[in-house]
Write a protein that binds this ligand. Structure first.
Ligand code: ZN
Length: 65
């Protein structure tokens, strides 16, 4: 299972499960991710510490070669 925000792997029994009103289930590895997505409305690919951002960065670097 992956974190809905930072894409880190969440081990079974850890993390936070959040059910949205529209029925979507969100998984968070920590309350930090929950806060960033739900309260602050941040976009994962614009937040430096997320896996999503790191992957994009790597892709860009690869393309420059
Ligand atoms: Zn996370």
């Amino acid at each position: 299972m992956k974190c809905s925000f930072c894409e880190n792997i969440i081990e079974k029994g850890t993390g936070i499960i959040f059910a949205k009103k529209d029925g979507k289930i969100l998984n968070f590895c920590s309350s930090k991710c929950e806060k960033n997505l739900l309260k602050l409305g941040r976009i994962p690919r614009r937040v430096k510490w997320t896996e999503t951002y790191q992957k994009l960065k790597k892709k860009k670097k690869g393309g420059e070669k």
